[in-house]
Ligand binder design. Structure first.
Ligand SMILES: C[S@@+](CC[C@H](N)C(=O)[O-])C[C@H]1O[C@@H](n2cnc3c(N)ncnc32)[C@H](O)[C@@H]1O
Length: 314
């Protein structure tokens, strides 16, 4: 510890002084200061507010088209679904045909950290979309449950956007692609249609393996969702989600996230990877490790957003 000598009228005293003494003294002074001494009034930094006009126009148009599509869904065949569903996943229908997905995850599978064998195990896939990962878990031998919302009404939309959907309810089924692929593949996956927030071990039990892919970014409350995932995980949970490496590059540690507000592609947040890991730990998981990071572009794009796969245990 550094030493300081104090002198007074011929007397001297040498003291060991902690290195952060300056900070301690400043804090004591601050605590003693009167409100006017420690008040700083300054002009706010410059910023722009997004009035969301572009997104409002986009969604109003979307709702108009979707109502028409919903009417057409009532009497469709499997072939209609293959050709007209906005497929997110590229799924092998096991009859020589493959769905025209926006993403093809097949080459990602060896890097993704799925267990090699899930025979005799229970697995839960949360936010399955068209079902690519749920069908993978079934292929590995698990007894699989898939949870997803049923319609737009159950999605975490920003309030003003939700109002557009309330005015013109859209009955497009989120399970349309999954149900068709399920039938065509002869799958035995059990479907639960409810929001992730409703996951309750007293109702669904706990699972040996839980997968939640690309869902946290779509949630207003990802921290609550992670807590719900923790309550139903008995063995291992694999969480894949988007992150922004530019935030990690700032080097300030966990905590940074971009707020997006749910308007574009119902995306609410893009956290730093360190924040994502911290959120998983804060939800009560232990042994959190990053299995891989990857960027998968959708059809027609050169680059996709960065995503990370995290493995976590209770
Ligand atoms: C981008 S897709 C991800 C599909 C798949 N899990 C994957 O990793 O490729 C997001 C999925 O999350 C679902 N989802 C969105 N909000 C949800 C909520 N509150 N509860 C449950 N599922 C939700 C959507 O319906 C959609 O199927």
């Amino acid at each position: 510890m550094p030493k300081r000598t104090l002198g007074y009228r011929g007397f001297g005293l040498t003291l060991e002084v902690p290195e952060n003494i300056g900070r301690v003294i400043r804090r004591v002074r601050r605590e003693r200061a009167t409100p006017t001494e420690n008040l700083v009034v300054a002009p706010p930094p410059a910023f722009e507010v997004d009035t969301r006009d572009r997104q409002r126009r986009y969604w109003s148009e979307f709702v108009a088209n979707a109502s028409r599509d919903a009417d057409a869904q009532t009497s469709e065949t499997d072939a209609d679904v293959v050709s007209s569903h906005p497929w997110y996943h590229t799924i092998d229908l096991l009859d020589g045909s493959v769905t025209p997905g926006r993403f093809d995850h097949r080459r990602l599978v060896p890097h993704y950290g799925l267990p090699a064998d899930l025979r005799g195990k229970t697995a839960l896939d949360v936010g399955s979309g068209d079902g690519f990962w749920a069908f993978e878990l079934e292929r590995l031998g698990a007894e699989v449950t898939s949870l997803d919302v049923e319609t737009f009404a159950d999605v975490d939309l920003p309030r003003a956007l939700h109002a557009i959907f309330v005015e013109r309810p859209v009955n497009l089924s989120f399970r349309r692609g999954f149900e068709m692929a399920h039938r065509r593949r002869g799958s035995r996956i059990k479907l639960i249609n409810e929001p992730i927030y409703d996951l309750d071990p007293d109702e669904v039990g706990t699972f040996d393996f839980v997968h939640a892919g690309d869902i946290l970014l779509h949630l207003r409350d990802p921290a609550l969702a992670l807590q719900r995932l923790r309550t139903v995980t008995a063995g291992e949970c694999l969480i894949a989600d988007c992150f922004d490496p530019a935030l990690d590059a700032l080097g300030v540690g966990p905590g940074l996230t971009r707020y997006r507000g749910g308007w574009d592609d119902v995306t609410w947040w893009t956290p730093a990877l360190s924040t994502l890991v911290q959120m998983v730990i804060d939800a009560g998981f232990a042994d959190v490790e990053v299995v891989t990071t990857y960027s998968l572009a959708d059809r027609g794009s050169a680059h996709g957003p960065w995503r990370a796969v995290l493995r976590a245990r209770p």
